[in-house]
Design a protein around this ligand. Structure first.
Ligand code: PMP
Ligand code: GLN
Length: 378
């Protein structure tokens, strides 16, 4: 069979987690917590399962969960999305992103992405027959070059995909960035996909600039989030998307045929869990403490730590330790040192290697301490 994705292998997250497991290494590669969610959440899942809510949920998602999402978004970002027509529960953010791209991108369309780019975006674009136009976020501050973005926009530009807080660079865009984006897209038919899965993980008192809070952008945006990140349940694969009615109608045409709906008891449990309305507010301080712990523990190492302003990732340069490629270095670090990380070259289409690696600090302090004990000796 002729491959639809000839340049694509197995994702780096699968590769590194597998290697970590084989080597018995501490896994700071793939992004997921090594601690559990709260018991009350599991109790609610069990409750809804026992109560017989084990069949298909409505295509757009269970009503109480859609109501809870709309309430949260209105409270945080001031935009009142319609429960009926402007919010859809998805099987994780990955599916939301894929479905939004599939619903909007036609063969020959261009989609602007920012590199390093989360690894699922470009394959989704290419499967839809689109072409990814890559804008560089240049180390060490990884800021977008808005003049370059403006110059890259043309008649074929159908979509711009953004991600803040940003994986893997841990940078956070400001309201000014969104203003620039709004100005660039003004008067065009460009759709924005805003990947905001780390919306609640912004550090040092900075706020999250959501496209949902920007009236002009909200009118042309799919805003995507993930319960996996917010409630420490990446394996449950539940997320959501909010968008204006016309965009959501197109999204649902695809959603109903590529997944139909997300799983029912988990949705109902999440609706209960969201009812207290404040759980996500504790997340930033929770992860900031982990970031600080991790950075302090690496202070005596030969890694050069770049800023981490959001997400649960920390980038590090290792030039003082080795001149290996980032992939070779990560492989050796996993095998010989017993700590797995992600080579950032995996987030570049051409494999560009800036000799930077990514650690995930969504771990218990004991895990982070054990990893750092090894890393300071490298
Ligand atoms: N976008 C980004 C930037 C991510 O980091 C992730 C997950 N790590 C996703 C999307 C996918 O989220 P989910 O697991 O809910 O599919
Ligand atoms: N998004 C997670 C990360 O960046 C991984 C998700 C996945 O394995 N697909 O580590």
């Amino acid at each position: 069979i002729e491959s639809r994705l000839p340049g694509v292998g197995t994702t780096i997250f699968t590769v590194m987690s597998r290697l970590a497991q084989e080597c018995g290494a501490i896994n700071l590669s793939q992004g997921f917590p090594d601690f559990n969610a709260e018991d009350v959440l599991f109790e609610r899942v069990a409750h809804w399962m026992r109560a017989g809510h084990n069949q298909y949920a409505p295509m757009a998602g269970c009503l109480p969960l859609r109501e809870a999402i709309v309430r949260k978004v209105a409270t945080l970002y001031g935009t009142a999305y319609e429960v009926e027509s402007e919010v859809t529960v998805t099987a994780g953010a990955t599916q939301a992103l894929f479905t939004a791209v599939t619903a909007c991108v036609r063969p020959g369309d261009e989609v602007i992405v920012f590199e390093p780019v989360y690894d699922s975006y470009v394959p989704a674009i290419e499967l839809a027959g689109g072409r990814a136009v890559r804008m560089r976020l240049a180390a060490p501050d990884y800021r977008p070059d808005w003049d370059a973005v403006a110059a890259a926009v043309g008649p074929r530009t159908r979509m711009i995909m953004i991600n803040s807080p940003h994986n893997p660079t841990a940078t956070v865009w400001s309201a000014t960035d969104l203003d620039r984006l709004a100005a660039i897209t003004r008067g065009t038919g460009i759709v924005v996909v805003a990947d905001e899965v780390y919306e609640h993980i912004v550090f040092d008192g900075a706020g999250h600039a959501s496209c949902a809070a920007h009236a002009e952008l909200a009118a042309r945006s799919f805003v995507v989030s993930s319960f996996g990140k917010t409630y420490h349940i990446t394996g449950w694969k539940v997320g959501y998307v909010v968008a204006p009615r016309e965009l959501m109608a197109e999204f649902r045409k695809v959603h109903q045929f590529n997944v139909f709906t997300a799983n029912t008891p988990v949705q109902l449990a999440l609706a209960d869990y969201m009812a207290d309305g404040s759980r996500h507010l504790a997340l930033a301080a929770f992860y900031q403490a982990k970031r600080d712990f991790f950075r302090d523990a690496l202070a005596g190492s030969r890694f050069e730590l770049l800023p981490s302003r959001g997400t649960y990732f920390q980038l590090a340069r290792y030039g003082a330790i080795s001149d290996e490629s980032d992939a070779a270095f990560c492989s050796r670090l996993t095998r010989d040192v017993g700590v797995a990380a992600i080579p950032v070259s995996a987030f570049f289409a051409d494999g560009r290697d800036e000799r930077v690696i990514r650690f995930c600090f969504a771990k218990n302090e004991a895990t982070l301490a054990a990893a750092c004990e090894r890393l300071v000796r490298v």
